[in-house]
Design a protein. Structure first.
Length: 446
């Protein structure tokens, strides 16, 4: 917490209810920013202290809490709102125009914060640790996704990509990203939609039950999602080992369908990957034999097993019966024995009343046969938790101002993202300490 050291004879709290300002007070009290404040005050040294470091920092937090899209919008609010100036820590004896920092003061202060990004990242990690101690089961279910963030700068014209100068108005760090959506209609035809943007990606790992971020990374828009996921998980292993060791599953969309990532999750960290498989088989290739020379068992692209009747040629879905960790394989049962319908081939398959059992070693195809089979109800139940990261992205757009921003450059974008995320975590921590978990993720409720 950036504590304001001086005592005052007059406080707006004595004459008026702070109302919505309680939200800012909640964030300021929960923010572990004392090391950063001391570092910034030491850097200022004996220089002019017209605008105290702690007051300016608190005002920047206020800009996020109250959803100001720009420094000028924040300055206008500070000029008219004496309560807000007082809560931030600006001198109440000065006139509003003199008490509020000038635009160039904020520019220099933000440049100082960019130079100390490591300390802000440390605040993020500290808040994750504090929430892990406060919330039961925090980190058991994780979700991963990336968010497209457009740069405020215009993209370079064709042929001028290499001739961009760093003058503050252009964005020479950003590039073009593209995301392709493919699905199959009910009639079997495929449709495709492509979206593109000029800017960056915010990669997030989110605690899926509480909908709070636990790791993040800002990259250019063209960077692949799966590699960023590995880096973030490695960071969790280094900084929050207990959280990763307690994780049971990680949910993500098809962009993270990568054999190395799937193996790393399960074999390296013991985390079950809940990631749909891309439809990368040829259209004509609907199923494949389970094993070379197998009699009547085939599987499709998503890992669903079928038994093929030798008399009629009809395919029936086999029943997923769980994962055997000791054998590192999936277990499937005969559908006729499970559901009780007639099958002429049942005697030839064997298995008695229980029916034939087929075990599929994960080593046969690690991308297809995962610890939780994709066609299973358990997979569907866990995958529904992936929407938690989409809701976090939605809050970043709406409540935290990423739908409309004025940021150019990767360093500024990383700072802007990290500040929004630490405010999100500090707000949640404040709610928990107030015993108001029903408002855990709310930025707008008083």
């Amino acid at each position: 917490m950036a504590i304001i050291p001086q005592t005052r004879l007059f406080s707006w709290e004595d004459v008026d209810n702070l109302g919505d300002l309680k939200r800012l007070k909640l964030v300021v009290q929960a923010m572990p920013d004392e090391p950063l404040m001391r570092l910034l005050e030491k850097a200022r040294g004996r220089g002019r202290d017209d605008y105290p470091v702690r007051a300016v920092w608190n005002s920047i937090l206020a800009g996020i809490v109250f959803q100001h899209p720009s420094v000028e919008s924040l300055r206008r609010e500070l000029t008219r709102n004496a309560q807000l100036r007082d809560l931030c820590g600006f001198d109440p004896t000065k006139k509003a125009e003199e008490a509020v920092p000038k635009p160039y003061n904020y520019t220099r202060f933000l440049q100082g914060l960019m130079a100390r990004q490591e300390q802000i990242d440390g605040m993020f990690e500290r808040l994750v640790d504090d929430l892990s101690e406060e919330l039961d089961g925090f980190g058991r279910h994780l979700a991963c996704d990336s968010k497209a963030i457009r740069s405020h700068a215009r993209p370079p014209k064709k042929g001028q990509e290499e001739n961009r100068d760093r003058d503050g108005r252009r964005d020479i760090d950003a590039d073009f990203g593209k995301k392709t959506y493919r699905e199959r209609r009910e009639d079997g035809t495929l449709w495709k939609r492509v979206t593109s943007w000029f800017g960056y990606k915010l990669h997030l790992v989110v605690e899926a039950d509480y909908e709070l971020p636990v790791a993040y990374e800002v990259t250019r828009a063209s960077r692949p999602d799966n590699r960023a996921a590995v880096r973030m998980l490695e960071g969790l292993e280094d900084r929050h080992r207990a959280l990763l060791e307690g994780a049971e599953a990680l949910m993500a969309d098809k962009a993270y369908d990568d054999g190395k990532l799937l193996s790393r999750l399960w074999e390296g960290w013991g985390v079950r990957p809940i990631i749909p498989k891309r439809q990368d088989w040829q259209d004509a290739e609907q199923t494949r034999p389970l094993l070379e020379g197998a009699d009547n068992i085939v599987y499709d692209c998503q890992g669903q097993l079928y038994c093929v009747c030798r008399w009629t040629g009809r395919q029936r879905k086999m029943v997923y019966w769980g994962y055997e960790s000791q054998r590192d394989c999936q277990k499937w049962r005969c559908p006729a024995a499970r559901w009780g319908y007639e099958c002429k081939d049942r005697d030839r398959c064997g298995g008695g009343d229980y029916g034939r059992v087929v075990r599929v070693p994960r080593a046969q195809d690690k991308r297809t046969f995962t610890p939780v089979a994709r066609p299973s109800l358990a997979f569907a139940r866990l995958y529904r938790k992936r929407t938690s990261v989409e809701r976090v992205n939605s809050r970043l757009d709406g409540a935290y101002g990423f739908e409309r921003h004025f940021v150019r450059g990767q360093a500024k974008m990383r700072l802007r993202c990290s500040l929004a995320l630490v405010v999100m975590l500090a707000m949640a921590l404040g709610r928990v300490r107030q015993k108001r978990r029903d408002k855990l993720r709310s930025l707008v409720a008083a």
